[in-house]
Design a protein around this ligand. Structure first.
Ligand code: B12
Ligand code: SF4
Length: 464
């Protein structure tokens, strides 16, 4: 195999998906699009997905075995939650096959690329930004036709130094991207199918890392291009339901109206799911979306306290959210997210969030209540740098490791404790009220599981 000289090496695209139910959620759109681009350039590439199903042991050994056993350069894609697993597995990979070249990418590397290269020698190249803007240059490098310094959005070691190249500009014409590489996957093994109409989000929610990673500029495909894909998926691939995985699907109302009208005109029957922002939805739009086959909508409500909503730059009130959710729920399934654990959250704020949780649940809205995970590129994480480690608690990322092979327990703990920058998302913001708030949330959730009903959070709190 050549690396940096001679014939094109084979590229293995590996994707990590943890804590899935009985089947993986959906094929990874990003990595399978990159793979199609590589194949279109005449190179050899294959796909491997490491899926950890709920109720089974999660083992770095299994991942390492897969990476070592498969040929060529390993291009690995992970969300930030898979990073500790990957670091532990790569230690094994490099001890067994020191020559194996490892390229790593995925959302979330923008703010931690340098630290990842500095601290984890298992990774040879860390990529950030839109992969389509760098993958072919990376291939040219692997073929020996250019230097790694010529590839945008990469970080690597060179003669004891760490080099980080500038991130490429955003892709201007998303219509030019190929569909994902269908022949690499078995569509029937997945629960759903993702499609992306736009990338990026202009909002400034301070806990979110989407804008810093992808950019605030929202770029989008043409309505026609998206509808052609829907027709193709429906007629050629037998897919009946898709999810738009845009950062913010309804960001451009005119586009969404046009999409719905054209879809109805074409008679395309695809059922779909979207996501939105409370400030961008109105009843007319939601009604039209439902008519055009939208069966479910997700909104980030994020807190029941107007004071918190203002501080995290959501720019709406709970009253406004209630109004939007009421009319959305008339037309389709409605889901929201609520977060607790903000560094400035008072007990009153928390109780308001739990009350909102009860309120929406009782009205049939799907509600997730999650503890805030400090994502490295989120403005709030920079603002509140003093973090405490929180190992056995509700942090959503730690939950993916509940089934970690006991053999790796102390390595996992040491790894997270040693690096609060790369693994910040596994931490909690250290606020004086954190312990008390954990107890309140626990008590609230226990009470629900015990009685099957949502008691008034304010009363429950008296008992803590
Ligand atoms: C669909 C989705 C899921 C699906 C699974 C997706 C799948 N099968 O791959 C499900 C529902 C399972 C899921 C779960 C979670 N998700 Co999710 N998810 C998404 C979503 C909405 C779309 C992903 C997508 O297809 N994007 C489109 C493609 C084109 O982008 P991409 O995957 O990032 O890939 C591009 C680049 O990152 C890069 N790239 C990616 N891999 C590689 C590899 C190489 C070698 C290179 C060179 C480049 C490269 O190039 C690609 C093309 O430009 C995104 C939000 C978003 N709009 O992206 C969140 C998002 C990816 N999810 C996120 C999170 C936090 C999670 C969870 C951890 C949440 C949780 N704990 O419940 C879980 C973890 C899953 C698990 N347990 O492993 C975060 C990731 C944050 C981070 N910093 O890593 C995102 C960005 C949303 C957010 N901002 O909060 N998710
Ligand atoms: S939380 Fe949603 S609306 Fe807010 S910046 Fe992130 S993607 Fe945009």
């Amino acid at each position: 195999m050549a690396f940096g000289g001679g014939d094109s090496p084979i590229i293995g695209f590996h994707h990590l998906l943890l804590n899935q139910n009985e089947r993986p959620h959906s094929p990874p759109l990003g990595v399978l699009t990159l793979m199609q681009l590589v194949r279109n350039s005449g190179r050899e590439a294959y796909f491997n997905q490491f899926v950890h199903l709920k109720g089974t042991i999660l083992s770095p050994e299994h991942l390492a075995q897969q990476i070592v056993a498969q040929p060529g350069v390993a291009a690995i894609s992970t969300m930030i939650n898979g990073l500790p697993l990957l670091v532990m597995a790569l230690r094994l990979v490099k001890s067994r096959d020191p020559e194996k070249k490892i390229i790593v990418g995925g959302p979330g590397f923008t703010g931690i690329a340098k630290e990842a290269i500095e601290n984890y020698p298992g990774m040879d190249i860390v990529c950030f930004g839109e992969g389509e803007m760098q993958i072919l240059e990376l291939m040219e490098y692997l073929d020996g036709n250019c230097s790694l310094e010529d590839v945008p959005g990469v970080c690597f070691r060179q003669n004891g130094e760490i080099i980080k190249t500038d991130q490429a500009g955003r892709i201007k014409d998303l219509d030019s991207l190929p569909y994902l590489c269908f022949d690499a996957i078995n569509l029937r093994s997945y629960n759903g199918f993702p499609i992306m109409a736009s990338r990026g989000c202009p909002f400034k929610c301070s806990f979110c890392d989407v804008a810093p990673s992808w950019g605030r500029r929202n770029t989008r495909r043409s309505v026609e291009h998206v509808l052609d894909e829907l027709d193709y998926l429906y007629h050629e691939k037998g897919i009946r339901k898709i999810s738009f995985v845009d950062d913010l699907f309804i960001v451009n109302r005119k586009w969404v109206i046009d999409f719905c009208e054209q879809k109805l005109k074409r008679g395309n029957k695809m059922i779909w799911r979207g996501n939105g922002h409370i400030n961008l939805a109105n009843e007319e739009l939601i009604e039209l979306m439902a008519e055009a086959g939208c069966e479910s909508m997700f909104y980030g409500v994020e807190s029941g306290s107007d004071r918190v909503l203002q501080k995290i730059v959501k720019d709406f009130t709970l009253e406004k959210a209630k109004k939007v959710l009421r009319f959305t729920d008339k037309y389709m399934n409605t889901h929201i997210n609520l977060i607790w654990g903000y560094p400035f959250e008072t007990t009153d704020d928390l109780i308001l969030t739990l009350e909102a949780h009860s309120f929406f649940k009782e009205r049939g809205i799907g509600v997730s209540l999650v503890m805030l995970a400090p994502l490295q590129s989120a403005p709030m994480t920079e603002q509140y740098k003093d973090l405490v480690l929180n190992f056995n608690y509700q942090n959503i990322f730690l939950q993916d490791y509940y089934e970690l092979d006991a053999k790796y327990g102390s390595e996992f703990e040491q790894l997270l404790k040693s690096d609060s920058k790369v693994f910040s998302a596994f931490y909690a913001f250290a606020s004086p009220q954190l312990e008390e708030h954990k107890a309140i949330v626990d008590h609230y959730q226990d009470e629900f599981f015990r009685s099957g009903q949502f008691a008034t959070p304010r009363e429950l709190w008296q008992g803590v």
